[in-house]
Every structure is written in C-alpha cells, then in structure tokens.
Design a protein around this ligand. Structure first.
Ligand code: HEC
Ligand code: HEC
Ligand code: HEC
Length: 423
C-alpha cells in the first residue's frame, strides 16, 4: 500500500515540481505510477469546487502564495490500487519545499488544518512552513479562524474531489495487524517517536495536554486516564493492543485531529503502542500481543470488504428497522450526520469528565473516526464507544442483525465528496 520511493528522488522531484509550478501553476505531469503513458493534465480538472466557501478558498490559496512551496499534482493510481503518499521523510522537515497536496482532500480534519496553519512547527515539529497567524483573531484568549481560514480549509478539503477518493477506499478496509517484534530497544525507540510525533497533541507526559491540544474539538486522548474509545473489548475493560495499533495506523480521518501513521514501519507503530501503554497505571508492563485475549465476542472478517450480499436490499431494510427501533437517531440524527451535545440535549462525557462534543458523522468513510470497515462499525455498535455511546451487544445477539445494521450504516454514505466531512 505504501509507495516506496527513494528519498532523494522524491525531494528532487518536489523541488523540480515546485519550480515548475512557479511558471505553470496549473499544469504538471501525471506522476501516478499506474499510468503507462504520462499525460499532462491541469490540476484543476481533479478538483471540482462546489460551495462558495471552497471557491473563495482557492483565491486565498493563490493570494497567500501557498503554491510557491506546494504542488497539486498527486493523483490516485489509474489501475484502481490504493497507493498512499509516503509520509514525511526527515529530509522534507528541514526543507522549505512542502509536500504535494493533490491527495490532501479528506485526509485530515478541519481542526488539524487550523492548528497547522496557525503554528505548523508546533503541530509537525521541525516544519519549515511559515505560520499564517494573520488568518486568525484572538477570541476569549484563543486563536479563532477567520472566514479566510475557514474558506482556505474548505478548499484544501475539496482537493481531488473529482477523482477516486483513496482515503475513503482505504478507510473501508480493516488494517492488517502484524505480530509485534520482540526487541529490547522497543521502549527507547517508542519514546523517541512519541516525543517527536505525539507529544505536540498528547503532551510529553501523556496527559492529553500538548501545546496545540486546545485547537481540537475532540480532545487528544489522555493516556494516563486511559479512557479509550475504539476498542474490541467490552465496556470498562482496557483496549486490546491491536486496537491501539489500529488507531495509530488509521488515525481518525477527517472526523477528528488524530493523524494516520500508516507510513511508520510496523515495528515503530508497535513501539508506540508500548510507549502509550506505559503512561497508564492499568496497562503498564503487560507487554505486547497481536491477538487479543478471547472475550467471546470476536468480530470475524479479513481486511477485504465483504462480498456484496445477494439479499442486500432486504438486509439494509432490516438494518433500517433496527436503527429505528434501537433509537440510534436520537443521538445521531435521522440522517446519521451526527449531533452536538447541545442538539441532543445531553451531557456526554467519557467518565474522566472530558466532554464528548458530538456523536459523530456516520455518513462518510473519512468522517467515521474509528475507520469505516464493516468490522470497525460493528465494533462500535457491539462494544460501544467510550461511555457516551452505549454497547448494543445484548440488543443485537445474532451476527445477522449486527450485519444488517452495519449494512444500513454503510448505505447512509453520501455521494462521495459532496459535503465537508467531519463538520
Ligand atoms: C515556505 C514554504 C511553504 C509555504 C509558503 C506553505 N507551506 Fe505548507 N508545508 C510546507 C512544508 C515544508 C510542509 C511539510 C511540514 C509540515 O507538514 O508542516 C508543509 C505542509 C503542509 C500541509 C500538510 C500536508 C499533509 O497532509 O501532511 C498542508 C495542508 C499545507 N502545508 C498547506 C499550506 C497552505 C494552505 C499554505 C498557504 C497558506 C502553505 N501550506 C504554505 C511548506 C510551505
Ligand atoms: C494533531 C494532534 C495529534 C497528534 C499529533 C497525535 N494524536 Fe493521537 N489523538 C488525537 C486526538 C484529537 C484524539 C481523539 C480522537 C477522537 O476522540 O476521535 C487522539 C486519539 C488517540 C488514541 C486513542 C484512540 C482510542 O481508542 O481512544 C491513540 C491510541 C492515539 N491518539 C495515539 C497517538 C500516537 C501514538 C501519536 C503519535 C504517533 C498520536 N496519537 C499523535 C490527536 C493527535
Ligand atoms: C445515547 C446516545 C447514543 C445512541 C442511542 C447511539 N449512539 Fe452511537 N455514538 C454516540 C456518541 C456520543 C458517539 C461518540 C462517542 C465518543 O467519541 O466518545 C457515538 C459513536 C458511534 C459510532 C462511532 C463513530 C465513529 O466516528 O467511528 C458509531 C458507528 C455509532 N455511534 C453507531 C450507533 C448506532 C448504530 C446506534 C444505534 C444502535 C447508536 N450509535 C446509538 C451516541 C449514541
């Protein structure tokens, strides 16, 4: 799934493309490794701007001269395979050349973009991207996005809209969980990686109070309190190691600010699982295991999306009936778009007193924070999500009723990329 690429080549390509962009900002070669004959296509073809905000945002991208460091050439492979961008290499952090943003739409949450525009070096340590503080104004002591920043981020979220949405396709697959390495240096490695990639949000002490944490509506998890949400274990029990590995791999898409770290080596992701567990008095010192202890409610399935069900329509109808009778809409809204706690008239918290701002949008693969595979949705319904979202294990005893509900939720998906995910 990753695109192995030689660092130097990538950097030189980026430099060359940035230089080319100075002269022809809208044109560039098709760099997708899947197409045999490179074609020259204007970047705009791939980005259809729908809302006024997105159209204004394009103007702001030009006005702010973002194109002097960024290109918009990257595109999905033509052969239908999922080829994710390689992730930041150490080299690009000391360089002023920014990554290509052709695949940026729906990869991250709006609040991640706001924090990053305000203080790039605080969110991505070592970043040479200049801060855009002038796009924010102070409001009760906190930097708040101006309309210009909102429009600019709307534009970033629309990038690549007219093409395949690889982030949605990727999030619909269950990530593989490899066996953890048994390596004595894992703890030290995990600590190094944690301080670099995680502490800006989760805090050096793991308490969720990193430098930029205040920007995010879903706050970064407090690893000391250890109230995990995205679990394959019954409510009240600690998460499985595989759950943490999966969260680190997938991030929370456009639904919340947690970035996806799929581009780190598998052993590095396991080192991070170990590091994160060390913060918690409950999880500390228990080692690593890929296969969770049996809890009698294992969710079956492999990484590939399940084959279409021949009785699909009836299954979805049955799922709709369960959705209505179990009262899901009272917290998620009739269309599944999610509700704020004010709209739902409740005081959702995670049990440690941290408020849950909203129930989350179930209508886009990139907005589902725990992933959009059938298994991910089934885990949320069977085991609950934190303390605000109840577990429905008892209400849905049979595999077929759970699958029906999952099929219904998947049928809620809006036409791809028509709205703003996660808002
Ligand atoms: C001086 C060069 C420079 C300028 C100007 C610049 N950037 Fe960047 N940008 C970078 C670098 C370097 C990175 C990689 C490090 C990082 O993520 O902060 C980056 C990263 C990004 C990313 C993150 C991509 C990802 O998903 O990891 C986004 C989005 C972005 N820039 C948007 C913008 C926007 C919008 C503007 C205009 C307001 C802008 N940049 C102006 C250099 C620049
Ligand atoms: C830009 C901010 C940011 C960075 C950087 C970040 N996280 Fe997070 N993380 C979050 C937020 C926000 C949440 C809560 C998401 C939610 O509730 O939907 C979260 C949640 C999590 C969770 C909890 C999932 C659950 O089941 O509750 C884990 C585990 C996690 N992060 C690990 C990491 C690790 C490891 C790193 C570094 C490799 C990292 N995060 C970097 C913002 C961040
Ligand atoms: C009492 C209110 C409530 C009810 C009823 C409820 N949910 Fe939820 N649901 C929530 C909240 C709040 C969250 C987010 C919790 C958090 O992040 O801590 C959530 C999260 C979820 C998620 C995970 C979303 C993501 O981003 O990955 C799914 C899936 C889900 N609910 C489906 C359902 C289904 C299906 C039903 C009915 C069987 C249902 N919910 C009933 C409140 C509710």
């Amino acid at each position: 799934m990753r695109r192995p690429r030689n660092r130097t080549t990538r950097r030189l390509t980026a430099v060359a493309l940035a230089a080319a962009a100075l002269f022809a900002p809208a044109c560039g070669p098709d760099r997708s490794p899947g197409s045999a004959v490179p074609t020259v296509a204007p970047a705009e073809e791939s980005t259809v701007l729908v809302t006024d905000s997105e159209k204004r945002g394009e103007g702001i991208y030009r006005r702010e001269n973002c194109g002097r460091c960024h290109t918009l050439f990257d595109r999905p492979r033509a052969d239908g395979r999922i080829d994710l961008p390689p992730g930041p290499v150490a080299d690009t952090l000391v360089s002023r050349v920014g990554p290509d943003l052709g695949l940026e739409g729906h990869f991250r949450s709006d609040d991640w973009h706001f924090a990053h525009l305000y203080a790039p070096g605080a969110v991505v340590p070592g970043s040479r991207m200049p801060p855009s503080r002038h796009l924010f104004r102070p409001e009760s002591g906190r930097p708040t996005a101006t309309q210009d920043a909102v429009d600019l981020v709307a534009y970033l979220q629309a990038l690549g809209r007219a093409r395949r949405d690889i982030w949605a396709e990727w999030r619909r697959r269950e990530p593989a969980i490899p066996a953890p390495p048994s390596d004595g240096s894992l703890v030290r490695r995990g600590d190094e990686l944690y301080q670099r990639h995680c502490s800006p949000c989760h805090g050096a002490e793991g308490d969720g109070r990193g430098e930029v944490a205040g920007f995010f509506s879903f706050p970064p998890r407090d690893f000391v309190a250890g109230r995990y949400r995205f679990r394959s274990t019954p409510p009240g029990e600690p998460p499985a190691d595989a759950d943490l590995y999966r969260s680190i791999t997938l991030g929370t898409g456009a639904g919340a600010a947690m970035p996806a770290f799929y581009w780190l080596d598998e052993s590095d992701r396991w080192a991070l699982v170990l590091r994160v567990k060390e913060f918690s008095p409950v999880l500390r010192g228990s080692g690593l295991r890929a296969v969770p202890k049996a809890n009698g409610r294992q969710i079956e399935g492999t990484g590939e999306p399940r084959a279409p069900d021949p009785g699909a329509e009836a299954t979805v109808r049955e799922g709709r009936r369960l959705w209505d009778s179990l009262g899901c809409a009272s917290c998620h809204g009739p269309s599944g778009l999610g509700m704020t706690r004010q709209e739902a008239g409740t005081e959702w918290t995670d049990g440690a007193g941290v408020t849950v701002p909203r129930s989350g949008d179930l209508t886009h693969a990139c907005a589902l924070r725990a992933g959009a595979s059938q298994q991910a949705i089934e885990r949320a319904v069977v085991f609950g999500v934190g303390e605000a979202m109840p577990s429905y294990a008892d209400a849905l005893p049979g595999a077929s009723s759970r699958r029906a509900l999952v099929s219904f939720i998947q049928s809620l998906e809006r036409a791809p990329r028509t709205g703003q995910a996660g808002r």
